[in-house]
Design a protein around this ligand. Structure first.
Ligand SMILES: Cc1ncc(C[n+]2csc(CCOP(=O)(O)OP(=O)(O)O)c2C)c(N)n1
Ligand SMILES: [Mg+2]
Length: 311
């Protein structure tokens, strides 16, 4: 429980810091934050084994941190520094850490889905026993890659968990206007696989949902589709005034803040109070250290542009 809380709080504080640095011009490019969605990342990844693989989206800093990413190297990558996970050349949208089994954030909506399907096929052919967990959004579930991936994975019984972070919007487009089903999980029927919809604001519910199918997926049952119903508390990316949703709706979801509700719950366990405080202090230190590390690191050198590039 303490560990889950630690990871969620780390992601929350890290993202808030990224927003601040972005506003101050210390991080370039674009920036999609996962504030509000921490329970999906942490709950789903927390049940995976070390060798299992995670594939992410454009909103992926939290997924990498959940998979054990070092906040200092994530921050350095965002700042374009040579000490970052991709030597500062990937940035927010193309950040991967193969050594952690993290096959990358992805700037293409729905782009991670076929990569996960391929990784699933590879795992099956190698008999590696790995499970692949891929995150994608509600918007991505309307892309052709979603249909093609789930169809292929189901006929070949690939060990992939397709995890949709349904935050109800794809940019300004409400999912109620972009799809004719109320839950992305319903779409599983079309592929003859299991589909589950869970409260994506509850880290324990997400953990239970993914944990509940993990052994079966690893054992050859085939893929599963899980939807975590969640909400991003911030704009889609930086210049979003959020005119497409109401303040009342935002407030309703804010009440279910996955980090604060967990925070409230933990101190209830009296003996744990000191531990909670320690985690909070540790997270502040980790985030501060990530910024200092990023700032004192060297920028990626121009010569490095040609290394690690495969095309
Ligand atoms: C193929 C493609 N089309 C459009 C875009 C522009 N785009 C970036 S994020 C996004 C919305 C994605 O929505 P969703 O999958 O629900 O993820 P969320 O942003 O809500 O996390 C779009 C359309 C893109 N990056 N790639
Ligand atoms: Mg969305």
């Amino acid at each position: 429980m303490i560990d889950l809380y630690h990871k969620m709080l780390l992601i929350r504080r890290f993202e808030e810091k990224v927003e601040e640095l972005f506003s101050r011009g210390m991080i370039g490019g674009t920036c999609h934050l996962c504030v509000g969605q921490e329970a999906c990342a942490v709950g789903a990844v927390s049940v995976l084994g070390k060798n299992d693989l995670v594939i992410s989206t454009h909103r992926g800093h939290g997924h990498l941190l959940a998979k054990g990413g070092d906040p200092r190297r994530v921050m350095a990558e965002l700042m374009g520094k040579a000490t970052g996970y991709c030597q500062g050349k990937g940035g927010t949208q193309h950040m991967c850490a193969i050594e952690l089994g993290f096959l990358g954030t992805n700037g293409i909506t729905g782009g991670g889905l076929p990569i996960a399907t391929g990784a699933g096929l590879s795992a099956k052919l190698r008999n590696s026993g790995q499970v692949i967990l891929v995150f994608f959004g509600d918007g991505a579930s309307n892309q052709g890659t979603f249909h093609e991936s789930l169809n292929m994975a189901s006929i070949w019984k690939l060990p992939v968990i397709y995890f949709c972070e349904n935050n109800l919007y794809g940019m300004s487009m409400s999912s109620s206007r972009s799809m004719n089903v109320t839950s992305v999980a319903e779409r599983a029927v079309a592929y003859g696989i299991r589909g589950y919809s869970v409260d994506g604001m509850d880290v324990l519910a997400v953990r239970e949902a993914v944990g509940g199918v993990l052994d079966a997926v690893r054992g050859g049952m085939g893929p599963v589709l899980i939807e975590g119903r969640t909400y991003r508390f911030v704009g889609h990316s930086k210049s979003d005034k959020r005119v497409y949703r109401t303040e009342a709706e935002e407030s309703e979801w804010r009440v279910r803040d996955p980090v604060i509700s967990f925070d409230r719950y933990l101190p209830g366990l009296k003996a744990r109070e000191a531990e909670v405080l320690r985690v909070q202090q540790q997270v502040e230190a980790e985030v501060t250290e990530s910024v200092e590390f990023g700032m004192r690191s060297e920028l990626a050198s121009p010569e490095s542009a040609l290394s690690g590039v495969y095309v």
